[in-house]
Design a protein. Structure first.
Length: 265
């Protein structure tokens, strides 16, 4: 029997109302769901994503205090602009969600192109490094919470995704290092490690593996998950919101699987 996702979720409004949050990869997928949850909880949201992103869906959320910043998380200058825009508009930064990421091509390690590996690492690992560096600088003297989006591929091996797996292991490593270094500054750093989630990135992966029958890829993937389905973006977003909130005030340096039991076996 396939477990169903709950239809509604509570928000930790008591500890997020009025806080200034920045979400990368904010215009779609897990990022969009996170923006929706943060807005419901009364947070002010800076949405950071690439130029040409589908901003219309983000705007349709009706968030009253939303700032859109276009840029590439792999570029330090874009991070500097995103942080300065945040401070100029809201005066501080309380929560950072490093969510932006790409999957890269699917295939054997021995066939992985060097340039593709470098690009995945640039976005997924360098992007998180830059976010940690610039975000922590903005939080110094006030404290805050940083949540990095890794993957079950960041706590295991898997196959045919060497660049993605390497980058997501790097995210977990940086999370743990940053948690230790920044604890004395009152900055908590945690990571979430989702299983495959119902997002366009995963659907695109299905199509690239099996253009004629992407549903076959999904059936194979969900057979490995004890709960028998992909995660929903809102399920991942709710864990992110929890880690960002005071409800997780004694949690730092964690890398939490949210995977329907995939890593339990």
């Amino acid at each position: 029997m396939t477990a169903q996702a709950p239809s509604s979720w509570p928000a930790h409004a008591s500890s997020l109302a009025g806080l200034v949050t920045l979400v990368t990869g904010a215009a779609r997928g897990i990022g969009l769901a996170t923006v929706a949850q943060l807005a419901r909880a009364g947070a002010k949201v800076v949405a950071f994503d690439l130029s040409g992103s589908p901003w219309s869906e983000l705007r349709s959320l009706g968030a009253t205090e939303l700032l859109e910043v276009e840029g590439d998380v792999g570029h330090g200058s874009d991070w500097e602009r995103a942080i300065s825009s945040t401070l100029e508009r809201f005066g501080r930064l309380d929560v950072l969600v490093n969510n932006a990421g790409i999957s890269g091509e699917i295939g054997p390690l021995v066939d992985c192109r060097d340039d593709m590996f470098d690009e995945v690492m640039r976005v997924n690992a360098r992007g998180v490094f830059l976010g940690l560096k610039h975000g922590a600088r903005a939080m110094m003297g006030r404290g805050g919470s940083i949540v990095n989006v890794s993957s079950v591929s960041g706590i295991g091996g898997g196959r045919y995704t060497v660049a993605y797996t390497a980058s997501k292991h790097a995210v977990v490593g940086m999370t743990k290092l940053a948690a230790v270094e920044l604890a004395s500054a009152g900055i908590r750093v945690n990571a979430v490690c989702p299983a495959p989630t119902s997002t366009e990135m995963v659907f695109s992966m299905e199509r690239s593996v099996s253009p004629a029958d992407p549903e076959a890829v999904r059936r194979g993937m969900t057979r490995m998950i004890p709960m028998g389905r992909y995660a929903e973006p809102t399920e991942i977003a709710q864990l992110i919101v929890f880690l960002a909130s005071d409800a997780a005030s004694f949690m730092t340096g964690t890398a939490i699987p949210i995977d329907g039991g995939l890593k339990a076996g």
